[in-house]
Design a protein around this ligand. Structure first.
Ligand SMILES: Cc1cc2nc3c(=O)[nH]c(=O)nc-3n(C[C@H](O)[C@H](O)[C@H](O)COP(=O)(O)OP(=O)(O)OC[C@H]3O[C@@H](n4cnc5c(N)ncnc54)[C@H](O)[C@@H]3O)c2cc1C
Length: 267
């Protein structure tokens, strides 16, 4: 699937690699939890961000620097242990921090978001693909919106971000996590192969209608608890998943309902 799969172990290694590949089209892989990858296609260069920047700095008074390669569960644990918090409910995301910032991940729907990671981000450290220099982008220039950010325009590679958090007693953080895990257990088919929400914006009734008429395609079916999730019975292909995504999109068009993707598709 990938002709070359790179796992840079530092920012300098990543920079050297980028300078070497410069004009090539690059695919950036983080936790992979919001990606639908075409299994029929060959990708020339995939860069896995797992080990690029694993740093976690506590500057005091709730100010932290978090590297793009840190798993979100570790981030939550570290800030909670330091007596701060705010985004514990992201505990169930199989994601790295860079992917969380890129997607502006959060909890709640578009109309009533509970929080997005952008609520906490002060500035983001990136490599600018126009000149391959390391820069900081202030929150105001990140164009954060619901599951959207300037980073989705493909001009930057995220190295990490500074966040400002409120004080929070560790017992309170533990309780938030306990409650979130109960919600996940109750409302998500989390033990089956799945990725999170397919659409950032869609109409539940239209989705349910598609789910009724197209229960399953190959190895992919709609979630039984939430039709904005797809389940993989172990034999799913890219073709199956994109077929159902297109079905939902065309049905929304027919009923003149807005729809936009949350999942990032590597066509
Ligand atoms: C079980 C489950 C539950 C989920 N629950 C939620 C939820 O409650 N809320 C929510 O918002 N999302 C949820 N998601 C979706 C997903 O976890 C988030 O979108 C997450 O932010 C993706 O992070 P990742 O590290 O997996 O990124 P990936 O999926 O690897 O990448 C996503 C995109 O970001 C780009 N990217 C990633 N890192 C970088 C970087 N450092 N620099 C440049 N580009 C980069 C990739 O190229 C890709 O285009 C869930 C997913 C699953 C599977």
């Amino acid at each position: 699937m990938a002709d070359s799969f790179y796992i840079p172990e530092s920012v300098n290694e990543l920079l050297d690699l980028l300078l070497e590949l410069k004009k090539e089209h690059l695919y950036i892989l983080s936790g992979g939890s919001n990606l639908l990858i075409n299994d029929q296609k060959r990708y020339a260069h995939i860069i896995y961000m797992k080990s690029v920047d694993c740093s976690f700095e506590n500057y005091g008074n709730g100010l932290f620097y978090i590297g793009a390669s840190v798993r979100i569960q570790k981030v939550i644990k570290e800030v909670n242990e330091a007596g701060f918090g705010g985004f514990e409910e992201l505990i169930g995301l199989p994601a790295l921090f860079g992917g969380v910032v890129y997607m502006n991940a959060g909890i709640g729907g578009k109309e009533h978001p509970k929080f997005n990671i952008s609520d906490f981000v002060l500035r983001v450290k990136v490599i600018d693909k126009s000149d391959w220099k390391i820069k900081w982008i202030d929150r105001a220039d990140c164009d954060f919106d619901y599951r959207k950010s300037v980073f989705q325009l493909d001009g930057f590679i995220i190295l990490g971000a500074e966040v400002q958090l409120d004080e929070q007693m560790p017992e309170i953080s533990k309780e938030i996590i306990r409650k979130r895990q109960a919600v996940i257990k109750d409302s998500q088919e989390f033990l089956k192969g799945t990725f999170g929400s397919i659409f950032a914006e869609s109409n539940r009734n239209v989705r349910n209608l598609v789910a009724l008429t197209h229960k399953k395609k190959g190895g992919v079916s709609f979630g039984t608890k939430n039709t904005n999730w797809f389940l993989n019975d172990g034999n799913a292909s890219f073709e199956d998943a994109i077929y159902l995504i297109h079905k939902c999109e065309s049905m929304h068009k027919l009923f003149r309902q807005p729809i936009s993707r949350e999942v990032i598709v590597w066509e």
